[in-house]
Design a protein around this ligand. Structure first.
Ligand code: HEM
Length: 128
């Protein structure tokens, strides 16, 4: 039998959508992050919905349209400092709260998100 994925355990597509719908309005209000994102955030949200679906073990919706994720390479045009990674994670924690994700499932998601956020850092902080 197939192992139950993190994607299934959090409730699949509706939960991924809740996370994304909570996260991006927060990003747009965050002074460290908002300058990096386009004004029309909808296309970014749709890409992230597809990415997080596969990231947590669901269907490969991102790769289906965009090929190999290459997330670090795709983030290189943007100055991602340690403090911006921190801000990204702070907003993501709030989005996970909004989606009602708690307990060991959250711990598992959180460690994967922290690992990936750290991997995206490509510049030192502005004052360093
Ligand atoms: C795209 C910032 C971490 C997943 C982007 C974009 C920015 C950005 C500015 C481009 C938005 C656009 O033009 O559409 C950041 C910052 C991070 C971070 C500051 C801090 C560490 C992450 C992490 C993930 C992620 C941890 C996944 C878990 C994505 C995806 C896209 C994206 C899927 C769309 C890529 C594409 O264009 O196909 N991010 N990001 N990002 N980011 Fe991040």
């Amino acid at each position: 039998t197939e192992p139950i994925t993190l994607y299934e355990r959090i409730g699949g597509d509706p939960t991924i959508r809740r996370i994304v719908e909570s996260f991006y309005p927060r990003v747009q209000k965050d002074p460290l992050l908002s300058p990096l994102f386009p004004e029309d955030i909808r296309p970014t949200m749709e890409k992230q919905r597809r990415f997080l679906t596969q990231f947590f073990g669901g269907p490969a919706l991102y790769t289906e349209l965009y090929g190999h994720p290459r997330m670090r390479a795709r983030h290189l045009p943007f100055p991602i400092t340690p403090e911006r990674a921190e801000a990204w994670l702070h907003n993501m924690a709030a989005a996970l709260d909004d989606a009602g994700i708690t307990g060991p499932i959250r711990e598992e998601m959180w460690s994967r998100l922290c690992f990936t956020a750290a991997h995206m850092v490509n510049r030192p902080n502005a004052d360093e």
